[in-house]
Design a protein around this ligand. Structure first.
Ligand SMILES: NC(=O)c1ccc[n+]([C@@H]2O[C@H](COP(=O)([O-])OP(=O)(O)OC[C@H]3O[C@@H](n4cnc5c(N)ncnc54)[C@H](OP(=O)(O)O)[C@@H]3O)[C@@H](O)[C@H]2O)c1
Length: 351
């Protein structure tokens, strides 16, 4: 799978609209870049597929002709950066391409610093999954924002996905009763049998509302919100007095042109839908943005979550697509629920 040139997926139109389609991306081939001073060139091994990439495209954060943004696990090919040597594995943001530059003058969000990955500690793919931003998102939302107490009922939507699977397992570690919501029987089985949730409910079933109520006989103390829309309409009726919500994501809205394409639009529509219940039941809503937790919690998260994974308290399921050429299909599949676990694209071989 390793190539001697650099294939890239570029943004074809900006801002994008609706849900992704073929015309949003363009596949080209160019040369492998040479690193300048204080830069390194790295070969992409795993490319993470994340819903926020679509929000960035919808708001025009990337322009037509830019390489599509994406978090990656890479291996250093050539380095002109102190402390980084050829062969090192790193978490970086190569984007949707075989080879990318990292370092001085290369624009990334400041919280997405490159970081070395020790392949002896865990499989390197976990640096964009359970031991990366996804795991930190779940840790920040469930553990830090909602402070789960033993015996509380915690409900997680998009429970089988990258963030959801971690969120529920963290709540289990904290002694809660955990109920997952997912979009198929197979996903519900994954959630209970592999991730150890106490129950899982398929929101596509006609009697979803009745099933969720039966799975939460004491109501809901904590809701980890990943989807919004029809799922939230059912969940909100079961929220307890003084319950807490971590507002992590609203994926059901991300392609809805009627609502608009920004986070503010999504949050506004969702808050409007929940407002009456929030007021009546004194619900605490905490919007979650993982980048606000990196500086203060990254080290604590890595040590605690790393130990939970090592001790088998937390496991993970990855859905790995093969080949950079398939990145747009993998991306669309993840957004529409046609994934089974955390979605990654393997761009080149692990050495
Ligand atoms: N706040 C932050 O900093 C932060 C960071 C990372 C991620 N997030 C958010 O976390 C959420 C999950 O992200 P992820 O990377 O872990 O993705 P994921 O859960 O692995 O994949 C997305 C899942 O969303 C579900 N979904 C799609 N459309 C839906 C709909 N209309 N109704 C209900 N469920 C739907 C699908 O599962 P089903 O088959 O079960 O429907 C799909 O598998 C997203 O909302 C994302 O924006 C937020």
């Amino acid at each position: 799978m390793n190539t001697s040139n650099n294939r890239q997926w570029k943004v074809a139109r900006s801002p994008a609209q609706g849900w992704p389609s073929e015309g949003d991306f363009k596949f080209i081939t160019t040369d492998i870049p040479d690193p300048g001073e204080n830069q390194l060139c790295a070969r992409t091994i795993y490319l993470s597929m994340d819903p926020y990439q679509w929000i960035r495209l919808r708001v025009g954060a990337e322009k037509a002709g830019d390489v599509c943004h994406g978090r990656t696990v890479s291996q250093v090919l050539k380095s002109r950066v102190d402390d980084y040597a050829e062969g090192d594995f790193i978490f970086n943001t190569n984007g949707w391409q075989d080879y990318g530059l990292t370092g001085e003058g290369i624009s990334v969000f400041d919280y997405m610093f490159p970081r070395k990955i020790d392949p002896a500690l865990a499989p390197i793919s976990t640096a964009v999954g359970v031991l990366g931003m996804l795991g930190l998102t779940a840790y920040a939302g469930v553990y830090i924002q909602c402070q789960p107490q033993p015996g509380e009922t915690v409900v997680i939507s998009a429970a089988s996905g990258g963030v959801g699977q971690n969120a529920g397992q963290i709540a289990k570690v904290k002694g809660c009763r955990v109920v997952g919501i997912a979009g198929s029987t197979e996903k519900c089985k994954l959630v209970t049998d592999t991730f150890g949730f106490d129950a899982a409910v398929n929101y596509k079933d006609d009697d979803f509302a009745e099933q969720l109520a039966a799975a939460c006989p004491d109501g809901i103390d904590i809701y980890f919100e990943n989807v919004g829309g029809a799922v939230f309409d059912v969940v909100k009726s079961l929220l307890n007095q003084d319950s807490r919500i971590s507002l992590c994501g609203l994926i059901s809205m991300y392609g809805n042109d009627q609502i608009g394409g920004t986070l503010e639009h999504f949050h506004g529509a969702w808050t409007e839908a929940g407002k009456a219940v929030f007021d009546q039941r004194n619900v605490t809503v905490q919007p979650l943005a993982v980048f606000n937790f990196v500086k203060d919690y990254q080290d604590q998260f890595l040590s605690e979550m790393g130990a939970w994974v090592k001790d088998g308290l937390i496991t993970y399921k990855e859905d790995i697509w093969q080949g950079l050429e398939n990145a747009p299909d993998a991306f669309s599949a993840m957004l529409s629920g046609d994934n089974f676990g955390k979605t990654l694209v393997q761009v080149s071989d692990e050495p």
